[in-house]
Write a protein that binds this ligand. Structure first.
Ligand code: FMN
Length: 250
């Protein structure tokens, strides 16, 4: 009886040891599977983040300054010579807000727009902005964000597209307006084209006046090759370039 009990006990102990080893193997296998899965999903995330748009949240624009509208109108001048100093992201945000910022719960903006259809799109070509990698960015007025379109300093290419006008390279930043004519033409027909041109003028003047209030210099630039600017800026087919505005410290 004692022998039988001993044999059963040994069998049980051996089975226990086998079960323990089996359990350990299962745990190790599970761990390695989890590890493989985590690595895979991390790689997946890295890949997908490359495809994800690069978004830069802009500082909130200010609604007050020491420069009255009259002073800005009086002092505004086209400036083609800039200091080699960076612009701040605050200044970039302020200029873009002046151009096309949303100022109303209904979505109305700083610039008037025929039928409130807002055919203008605004880009920046950043070459010397603190805390912003050089590149081309598109302004999203609804979210007060920039979305990167292209990496790297593109001022040289834009300068060539603008007949080699040198202040395009000297500027710390270039604001570029494009238009989606169809937005306005859909309601106003061919007359809509005229409205879009008028709107670009309104928006550009806002940039002039805001720049004056910030102590910055700008020059409205209309002489450029449309196709070349469109290519540099990676604009979609629906957009046409309208205005280039180099910006820099006076
Ligand atoms: C539609 C338009 C296009 C312009 N294009 C250019 C241009 O390509 N190059 C340039 O140096 N200045 C350009 N200018 C700026 C004018 O030369 C400038 O406004 C004019 O000399 C008056 O000077 P002010 O802006 O200092 O008052 C343009 C201005 C406007 C309104």
């Amino acid at each position: 009886m004692i022998m039988i009990m001993t044999t059963i006990g040994r069998e049980f102990a051996m089975n226990k040891a086998k079960s323990f080893i089996f359990l350990m193997i299962v745990i190790l296998l599970c761990k390695s599977m989890v590890f493989v899965d985590v690595t895979y999903s991390r790689d997946k995330n890295e890949n997908s983040s490359n495809n994800n748009p690069v978004i830069i949240k802009l500082p909130h624009p200010g609604y007050d300054s020491d420069t009255s509208i009259e002073k800005a109108l009086l002092r505004r001048r086209s400036v083609r010579d800039y200091k080699d100093k960076p612009l701040k992201l605050d200044e970039v945000s302020q200029l873009l807000w002046a151009a096309q910022g949303i100022t109303d719960r209904r979505g109305f903006r700083t610039s008037p727009s025929a039928g409130a259809l807002y055919p203008l799109e605004v880009y920046i070509v950043a070459g010397n902005v603190t805390n912003l990698h050089n590149g081309i960015y598109k302004y999203n007025p609804r979210k007060n964000e920039l979305e990167r379109v292209e990496k790297g300093d593109r001022r040289d290419e834009l300068c060539k597209a603008a007949l080699g006008q040198p202040y395009v390279i000297k500027a710390a930043l270039v604001v570029v307006f494009s238009a989606v004519y169809e937005r306005t033409k859909a309601r106003y027909g061919e007359r809509g084209i005229r409205y879009v041109y008028m709107e670009a003028g309104h928006a550009a003047q806002n940039v002039y006046l805001q720049a004056e209030a910030l102590g910055l210099g700008v020059v409205a630039t209309g002489a450029f090759y449309d196709d070349a600017v469109k290519k540099v800026m990676k604009m979609p087919d629906s957009e046409s370039p309208l205005y280039i505005i180099p910006v820099g410290k006076k």
